[in-house]
Design a binder for this molecule. Structure first.
Ligand SMILES: *Cc1c(COP(=O)(O)O)cnc(C)c1O
Length: 341
């Protein structure tokens, strides 16, 4: 396996994030023993999983001589917030290409009706506070990456040196942040003397899950990483996970990863990306009221709802150890507070 320490990397977090035992939540659910990996406490503005990806992505941008970042996401994108935060640390320009939310019926708001313009709250507020160099908002369903590449070409024509980061930072370079996290987790399991049966994680643009799967495989660990999809059915998501796992494994010079390691369950995202479900609301309240831990409504809330459903269906025994990755996203909670009213 390629040694990650040999690759260019910036550092935005001091030391490993905590691994905590949620004893009250575990008791409330009658087991299993639930542990939480606090990646919501990673560095940069309010943390979250994109911070790990950006350590490798920004290092690559700097190595290429970039002075400007261009990236894309939803109007409440955590990835855009953290890319912008990293840009401020590195004194780079940062341009954001955003997509409006779906309507509350789960369908794109028809063009010409004024769309579904973002409210000045949550991550969208932070884009302003962090001083994004430009923000454009497009209709839901627009081809954001085509526009991001076009914008990069325009910036280049003005003499800038742009570096384009894909949605969610999910390419091989970004996924390396979670290859590294897999090793960090294995070290923590060894320190605590913990035998972990399953890792449960959100699955969106797949960089986090693919990095974890490849990283565990590279360390000869067989621990399954169950993804809970935030926007796609199982049939649509698993090929995406598999293809990024294969790319990461090839880059790291690992033996092929068995395809059945790439699991993304499609039963918990409801009617669409970022649209609330009653199970998400229940899960966010349960984590808050048993452990004082805030989840977000788009990723970790739905993932926790998936975990709770798997528990109620008897998937785990009372004494086995299950690790839930808290990937961050809490600023989005305040933008979607209506779901809880
Ligand atoms: C982006 C994001 C995810 C999903 O990670 P992917 O690598 O895109 O699958 C999960 N949780 C939060 C809070 C995120 O911002």
């Amino acid at each position: 396996m390629v040694d990650l320490n040999e690759l260019p990397r910036r550092h935005y977090t001091d030391g490993p994030t905590p691994l905590e035992h949620l004893s009250r939540l575990s008791a409330r659910l009658g087991g299993p023993q639930i542990w939480i990996k606090r990646d919501d406490q990673l560095g940069l503005t309010q943390g979250g999983n994109k911070t790990r990806k950006l350590e490798f992505l920004i290092a690559e941008a700097l190595a290429q001589g970039a002075d400007t970042l261009v990236t894309a996401g939803g109007v409440q994108s955590n990835h855009c917030r953290l890319t912008l935060a990293a840009a401020r640390r590195e004194e780079l320009e940062c341009h954001l290409v955003l997509e409006e939310d779906l309507g509350s019926d789960g369908k794109p708001v028809p063009a010409g009706t004024g769309g579904n313009p973002p409210e000045f709250t949550g991550n969208f507020l932070l884009f302003d506070l962090l001083g994004a160099d430009s923000v454009e908002v497009h209709a839901n369903g627009s081809d954001l990456m085509t526009r991001a590449n076009e914008l990069a070409a325009e910036l280049k024509a003005q003499g800038k040196k742009p570096y384009v980061i894909p949605v969610g930072g999910s390419n091989v370079t970004g996924a390396l942040g979670y290859v590294d996290c897999a090793q960090e987790l294995l070290n923590q399991f060894a320190e605590v003397g913990l035998t972990v049966s399953t890792i449960v994680t959100p699955s969106g643009s797949t960089g986090m899950q693919a990095g974890l799967i490849a990283g565990l495989h590279g360390a000869d660990s067989q621990i399954p990483v169950v993804g809970i999809n935030v926007s796609r059915t199982r049939e649509d998501q698993e090929p995406k996970i598999i293809s990024l796992v294969d790319e990461v494994a090839a880059f790291l010079d690992l033996p092929p990863v068995p395809r059945d390691r790439s699991v993304g369950l499609g039963d918990y995202f409801g009617t669409g990306y970022a649209l609330p479900t009653s199970e998400m609301v229940e899960a966010v309240r349960l984590f808050a009221q048993t452990e004082g831990i805030l989840l977000d409504p788009v990723y970790t809330g739905k993932t926790a709802a998936g975990l709770i459903d798997l528990i109620r269906r008897g998937r785990f025994s009372a004494d086995e150890n299950v690790v839930f990755i808290h990937s961050g996203g809490v600023p989005g909670l305040y933008a979607r507070g209506q779901a809880f009213a």
